[in-house]
Design a protein around this ligand. Structure first.
Ligand code: KG4
Ligand code: ZN
Length: 345
C-alpha cells in the first residue's frame, strides 16, 4: 500500500510517500524558519499562508521523485492535530479533498503518534512494547506503548515543553529561532562547572517534568551577571556559552533521571526517543551511557526525522489504513488532541 503523507501542523511543510512493501519512496520538507525568525517565534497566520503556497507544489515534487502517478496512491494521511489550527486546516483540507477526488481511504493522523513511530521507519527499529520519551516544541511526554495506538501517558510537563524551554532560553541569550540547535552548538564551547542549574522535579517521586522554573533560574543567573542591565542578550560570549552548557546539562540530566525511573516503573527494557529535542547530541550521549549501565536499548529516528516531517505521518497513516481504519469526509483539525484518546490497532 502506497500512502501519501502531509504534515502542516506548525512551521514545516512535510510531504512523503511511504510504501508498506518498499518503505519510504520519497519525501520533501520545506521549513518556514526564515519567515518566522525575524519575529523570534512562529507567527500562526504567516505559517498557514505559507503552507497554502507550499503544500501542492511539494506534493507534485514528491510524486515526481517517487515516480508515482495519482492512480498508484492507495491511501492518504494528513496531520489532524495537535498543532496550530490554521496550519492544520491547510493540510487537512488539501488532504481530505485529494482523498475524495482520488477516491482513496484517508485518515487524520496524530502528530505525536507520527513522532513516536518515526524510529520504525528504520531497518532496525524497536519492537513493541516500549517506553517513549516524546520531546518536541509543544510536548514533553513519557508514554507506555503497548502497540500502535495503545498509549498510556505516564509523565508529562506541567508547564513548558523541553523544546519550548530551549527556544525561550535561546531568545534570552539573543540566539535565533528555533533555539534548540543553537543552544546545543553554543553549549559545546561552554565551560563545565562554572554554573550548576537545578534538575527540576527530580528530588521527589514521579515521572512528570517542569521546565519553567529552570527558565527563570537561567534568567536570574544572567541578570545577576549583568548587575543592573536588563538586556539579557548583551551578556558576554563566554558567559552565554557557559550558561547554555549548564542549561543543557540540567535538561539532559533531568531526562536521564526520568527515563531511568520510567524503566523501573514499567519494567520495560526498550526506550524510544523522538521529537525535535531527540536530535540533541548531548542527550543521545548521556542516554547511551545510561543504557549501557542499565542494559537497556534506546532507539531514535534518524536526524532528519526527529523534527517535523511528512515521512512519519505517511508511515503512521499507512499502519492505520492497513488495519482498515479510515475517516469519513469530515475535514479534521484538532489543535488539542490527547494522545491517549487514539484507537488501538
Ligand atoms: O518536533 P519538532 O520539530 O516540532 C514540534 O512538534 O514541536 O520540535 C521542534 C523543537 C524546537 O523547540 C527546537 O528548538 C527543538 O525541537 N530542537 C532541539 C534540537 N533540534 C531541535 N532542541 C535541542 N537540541 C537540538 N539539537
Ligand atoms: Zn513535531
Amino acid at each position: 500500500m502506497k500512502v501519501l503523507g502531509i504534515e502542516t501542523s506548525c512551521d514545516e511543510t512535510g510531504i512523503a510517500i511511504y510504501d508498506s512493501e518498499q518503505g519510504l519512496l520519497a519525501d520533501a520538507l520545506y521549513s518556514q524558519v526564515e519567515i518566522h525568525q525575524q519575529y523570534g517565534g512562529v507567527v500562526p497566520e504567516l505559517a498557514s499562508r505559507d503552507h497554502i503556497r507550499k503544500t501542492l507544489p511539494l506534493i507534485r515534487e514528491v510524486m515526481n521523485k517517487a515516480n508515482c502517478s495519482k492512480d498508484e496512491i492507495d491511501g492518504l494521511a494528513y496531520t489532524a492535530g495537535p498543532g496550530l489550527s490554521g496550519a492544520l486546516l491547510v493540510g487537512a483540507s488539501i488532504g481530505r479533498a485529494l482523498g475524495m477526488t482520488w477516491n482513496i481511504p484517508t485518515i487524520g493522523v496524530h502528530h505525536m503518534e507520527g513522532h513516536l513511530l518515526a524510529p520504525l521507519l528504520e531497518d532496525k527499529g524497536p519492537t513493541f512494547p516500549f517506553v517513549a520519551l516524546l520531546v518536541s516544541g509543544g510536548h514533553t511526554q513519557l508514554v507506555e506503548v503497548e502497540r500502535i495506538g495503545s498509549y498510556r501517558l505516564i509523565g508529562e510537563s506541567l508547564d513548558d515543553a523541553a523544546g519550548e524551554a530551549f527556544d525561550k532560553v535561546a531568545k534570552m541569550l539573543g540566539l535565533p529561532y528555533p533555539g534548540g540547535p543553537h543552544i546545543a552548538q553554543l553549549a559545546a564551547t561552554g565551560e563545565a562547572g562554572r554554573f550548576t542549574f537545578p534538575r527540576p522535579m527530580t528530588n521527589r517521586p514521579g515521572l512528570d517534568f517542569s521546565f519553567s522554573g529552570l527558565k527563570t533560574f537561567t534568567l536570574n543567573t544572567v541578570l545577576d551577571l549583568l548587575g543592573g542591565d536588563t538586556d539579557t542578550t548583551t551578556i558576554d560570549q563566554q558567559s552565554k556559552a557557559d550558561i547554555a552548557h549548564a542549561f543543557q546539562e540540567a535538561v539532559v540530566d533531568t531526562m536521564r533521571i526520568k527515563c531511568q525511573r520510567a524503566f523501573q516503573y514499567t519494567g520495560m527494557r526498550t526506550l524510544v526517543i523522538a521529537g525535535g529535542v531527540s536530535a540533541n547530541k548531548r542527550l543521545r550521549d548521556v542516554l547511551a551511557i545510561m543504557a549501557k549501565k542499565e542494559g537497556v536499548e534506546i532507539y531514535y529516528p534518524r536526524f532528519q526525522y526527529c523534527t517535523d516531517n511528512g515521512a512519519m505521518i505517511a508511515y503512521a497513516g499507512c499502519q492505520r489504513l492497513l488495519a482498515g481504519q479510515y475517516d469519513d469526509l469530515t475535514i479534521r483539525a484538532k489543535p488539542r488532541w490527547p494522545l491517549d484518546q487514539l484507537r488501538a490497532l
